[in-house]
Design a protein around this ligand. Sequence first.
Ligand code: PLP
Ligand code: COI
Length: 341
Amino acid sequence: MEKKNIDWSSLSFAYMPTDYRFVAHYKDGSWDEGGLVKDASCTMSESAGVLQYAQTCFEGLKAYTTKDGRIVTFRPDLNAKRLQDSADRLLIPQVSTEMFLRALDEVVKANAAWVPPYGTGATLYVRPFLFGCGPVIGVAPAPEYEFRMFVTPVGPYFKGGIKPLRLLLSQYDRAAPHGTGHIKAGLNYAMSLYPGYVAKHQGYAENMYLDAATRTHVEETGGANFLFVTKDNRIVTPKSDTILPSITRRSLVYVAEHYLGLEVEERPVDYCELKDFKECGLCGTAAVISPVGAVDTPDGTIEFASGMDEMGPVCAKLREVLTGIQMGEVEAPEGWIREIC
Ligand code: PLP
Ligand code: COI
């Protein structure tokens, strides 16, 4: 199979249509078999649930080319499970793990020419999503749904790759207590667009959100969880019911404990503790683990000891092991890697 003629190393995190996507329809109480299509556009009722009341949720994962030339994905069963949790909360019919994995295998294999080669720093981003496509006008779940999965080759999520980022402590909230912060609902991202715009126009890479109820605890950014390193090399990561349970963060916690022998604390993180950490990272599929150098707050700037020049050593080691597992350079824990071809 001949790869597409792309300058893989200079890709940014942007959408590029590829050859095939997977589409399945839900009607009259069941999903059809689904299959690959070439058309990148969706057609639906003007009164579709997704258009009127934002009835949609999504996932994000990546396919990688390993050192020995295989194409693999990373813990996709956890994305399938999280999509089911998101669907339940939005009254969207679940897609089974079996169907999710079949769609993933088919869509990645069919687009193998778009999977960036090993060593380029780029990966194939996979975007599964569910939405109400049937008509509603009263506020109600839609009568019909689509499950889609497309892929697009991507480079680093943050400009400059792994240069430390500067964040803004947001004056806006991301997720309400007992709301939808713990699922990957499109509506969470729609409401983060304005705070994101405010932060980016002031030169920040992202917002740091605090918990909406007390504004005393660190939650996450618009698209990644936090991970901190203490001065004595312990890992601290916020535990909260209103953040997305990041698969990358859960994997990094495992790597920290089982590969690097570090102690990990998953607990509420008070905003006042920030100044005591020496490193801070953003973890997510898109972000991998991206270093944070400083956070600007109304009370002044918090600067992490790792500084604004390079990634701190603990985050760098975590990143090296995680990406090593994903690229087949480091032995993976049982069940983490799904080989596609
Ligand atoms: N938090 C939010 C709000 C996200 O959108 C994402 C991205 O998926 C993450 C965290 C990281 O999750 P994961 O590591 O599963 O990609
Ligand atoms: C991901 O990391 O997959 C995400 O969904 C984050 C998104 C904001 C790009």
